[in-house]
Design a binder for this molecule. Structure first.
Ligand code: NAD
Ligand code: TDX
Length: 337
C-alpha cells in the first residue's frame, strides 16, 4: 500500500488529487496544508479517517516537513506530491512576498526533507514558467521550451522548478515534475477567472473581462490533471518533466461568452475592465510525451460539457463560495477590475 504526503492538499487541485487517489488506489494520504484563504476544509470532508490524515502546518516549517517526510522513508511506495503554493497571478502583483516564501522556500524545504530521507517527490508546476506565446504563433510549449516567466507568481514557480532539477542532478533526489495548463472544476477559488464569472452571474453581478479578452488559455479539468499526476507518480521516469494539457485552447472572450450562454444570458452582456499588468497572451501545451510514454488520456474532452457541469456545481455550492465573494470583489473593484 502506498503512503503519500500531499502538500497543499486542501486547495483546489490538491483536494481533487486526494479524492482521485483514494478512489483509484489503496494509498493512505497525509495532507499538509497551511489553510490559507485558498484552502477548503469542506473539500476534504467525508473522507475515510483510516486513509486520510490532515495536518495543519506550513511547508516552510523544516522540522514539521522533515518529520512527515521521515514517516515515508521506509514505507512501500512512499512519496511526496507537492502542490502547496500561492497560486493567483493577480495577488502576486499586489504582494509578491508570500509567493517567494511559499513557492521558492517551501519547495526548498520539501527538497531538503526528501533528500535527507531518500523519499520520492513529484513536484507540481505550471505552464506559465514558459512565459507566453504570440497569439498568431501556431507553436505550443514542450518539455524543452526555455523558461521565460512574466509574473512574480510564474517566476517563483520557475525558481522552484529549477531547484527541483538541481536537487535531482546534484544530490540524486528521485523527483519528477509536471507543468500543467489552466485548470477548471469544483472547489476553485472565486478569485480565479471561471468561478469569478459564474458566481458573478449567480449573484446578479456583471461578468468582467480583462482588456480585449483576446488572451488564450489552454483549459483542462482538474480531474484530468489529477489522473496525469497519478500516472507520472506510478510510471514516470525519475528526473523527467511532463507537460499536462488537454487541447483546450480558448480565448477569454470565448469563455466569457460561453459561460453567459450556458447560464441563459445574453453572451454580449459583460464588462471590459482594466487589463492585468504584464498579461500573458497565450498558453498552449503539447502533451505528446504524457500521452505516448505514459498512455495518459483526458476524460473531459468537451470543454462545453465540463464547463456546464462546473456551473451546476457552483449553483449548488453557494454556501461554500458566497462567504468568500465580497472580499474578492472588493479587492478587484479597488483596481478597476
Ligand atoms: P490553490 O491556491 O487553490 O491551493 C493552494 C493550497 O496550498 C491551499 O490549500 C493553501 O492553503 C496551501 N498553501 C499555501 N501556502 C502554503 C504553505 N506555506 N504551507 C502549506 N500549504 C500552503 O492552488 P491550486 O490552483 O490548487 O494549485 C495547486 C498547485 O498546482 C500549485 O502548485 C500551482 O502552481 C499548480 N498549478 C495550478 C494550476 C491552476 O490552473 N490552478 C495550473 C497548473 C499548475
Ligand atoms: O476577472 C477576470 N477576468 C479575466 O479576464 C480574471 C480573474 C481573469 N481574467 C483573465 C486573466 C487570464 O488571461 O482570465 C485568464 C485566466 O485568469 P486566472 O484564472 O487568474 O488564471 P491564470 O492567470 O491564467 O493562471 C492560472 O493558470 C495557471 C492559475 O491561477 C495558475 O495557478 C496556474 O499556474
Amino acid at each position: 500500500m502506498r503512503r503519500l504526503l500531499v502538500t497543499g492538499g486542501a486547495g483546489f487541485i490538491g483536494s481533487n488529487f486526494v479524492h482521485h487517489v483514494l478512489e483509484h488506489t489503496d494509498a493512505r494520504v497525509t495532507v499538509l496544508d497551511a489553510f490559507t484563504y485558498a484552502a477548503s476544509r469542506e473539500a476534504l470532508e467525508g473522507l475515510p479517517a483510516d486513509r486520510v490524515r490532515v495536518v495543519e502546518g506550513d511547508v516552510c516549517d523544516a522540522g514539521l516537513v522533515g518529520a512527515l517526510v521521515g514517516e515515508l522513508a521506509d514505507a512501500e511506495g512512499g512519496a511526496v506530491v507537492h502542490f502547496a503554493a500561492e497560486s493567483h497571478n493577480d495577488n502576486s502583483l499586489a504582494d509578491p512576498s508570500p509567493f517567494v516564501t511559499t513557492n521558492v522556500v517551501g519547495t526548498f524545504t520539501v527538497l531538503e526533507a526528501v533528500r535527507a530521507h531518500g523519499v520520492r517527490l513529484h513536484h507540481v508546476s505550471t505552464d506559465e514558467v514558459y512565459g507566453d506565446l504570440e497569439l498568431e504563433d501556431p507553436g505550443r510549449f514542450t518539455e524543452s521550451t526555455p523558461y521565460r516567466p512574466s509574473s512574480p507568481y510564474s517566476a517563483s514557480k520557475a525558481g522552484a522548478d529549477h531547484l527541483v532539477r538541481a536537487w535531482v542532478r546534484s544530490f540524486g533526489v528521485a523527483a519528477t515534475l509536471s507543468n500543467c495548463s489552466n485548470n477548471y472544476g469544483p472547489w476553485q477559488h472565486v478569485e480565479k477567472f471561471i468561478p469569478r464569472q459564474i458566481t458573478n452571474v449567480l449573484d446578479g453581478g456583471r461578468v468582467k473581462l480583462y482588456g480585449s479578452g483576446a488572451n488564450v488559455r489552454d483549459w483542462i479539468h482538474a480531474d484530468d490533471h489529477s489522473s496525469a499526476v497519478l500516472a507520472i507518480l506510478e510510471r514516470g521516469v525519475i528526473g523527467a518533466t511532463y507537460l499536462v494539457g488537454a487541447d483546450g485552447e480558448r480565448s477569454n472572450l470565448e469563455v466569457v461568452r460561453l459561460v453567459l450562454e450556458l447560464m441563459g444570458r445574453d453572451p454580449d452582456d459583460f464588462d471590459h475592465v482594466t487589463d492585468r499588468a504584464g498579461h500573458d497572451l497565450r498558453y498552449a501545451i503539447d502533451p505528446t510525451r504524457l500521452r505516448t510514454e505514459l498512455g495518459w488520456v483526458p476524460r473531459f474532452t468537451s470543454f462545453e460539457e465540463g464547463l456546464a457541469r462546473t456551473i451546476e456545481w457552483y449553483a449548488a455550492h453557494a454556501d461554500w463560495w458566497r462567504p468568500k465573494k465580497a472580499r474578492v470583489e472588493a479587492a478587484y473593484a479597488a483596481k478597476g477590475q
